[in-house]
Design a protein around this ligand. Sequence first.
Ligand SMILES: [Cu+2]
Length: 226
Amino acid sequence: MTDLPFTTIETVDAVFLYIFGISGLLLLGITATMVVFVIRYHHRRHPQPQPSPSSKLWLELVWTLIPTLIVLSMFWYSWEGYLKLSDVPPDALKVQAEGRKWSWSFNYENGRSSDRLYVPVGRAVRVEITSKDVLHSLYIPAFRVKKDAVPGITTYVWFRAPEAGSFDLFCAEYCGVSHSSMITTVEVLPQEQFDAWLKQGKKAAPVEGPALLTRHGCSGCHSVDG
Ligand SMILES: [Cu+2]
């Protein structure tokens, strides 16, 4: 792992672990209390029902205030994470992503375009997302980002890939019969390799028949199997 200032992965994972940890503790506490009560108040020990105790204000305040504070702390922690995910570092590389039935295309500022999302390792990337037809959703689990692609408006996510490699990129919004095949990858390259890839420019990328169909969304209406 590269030594990085900050990534979206840490932000989301920290909030997830916080909420998951509290939920786990509550599950254990509630289950343990339930087991104790089942044993302690078993009908063999108490053949006759006992009268209900009168209300206790302090107890009611405690069991109202403590859960409220826990939920507010979850909200606060999540809100801070949300702001970090919204606040794109100013030096981020900009990439335009367009979703369509049923493929993605990624366009770079120098005119390079690709059906895979190529990014350099360690650098913040801002992906601006649009859709050509219906609702889609750009989802990269490895970097903990997901955002709807909405026709007519531009949304965005940003992330910083901590290491080189190939990572799944899905559509996470049901968008028609081939939604499940609307899959591609994020290719994270070392900076020099990424620069070389980007410099190849628009013309160097050979477009073959099937890729052309996918790029222009032809398969949304037409099939090639007769
Ligand atoms: Cu889709």
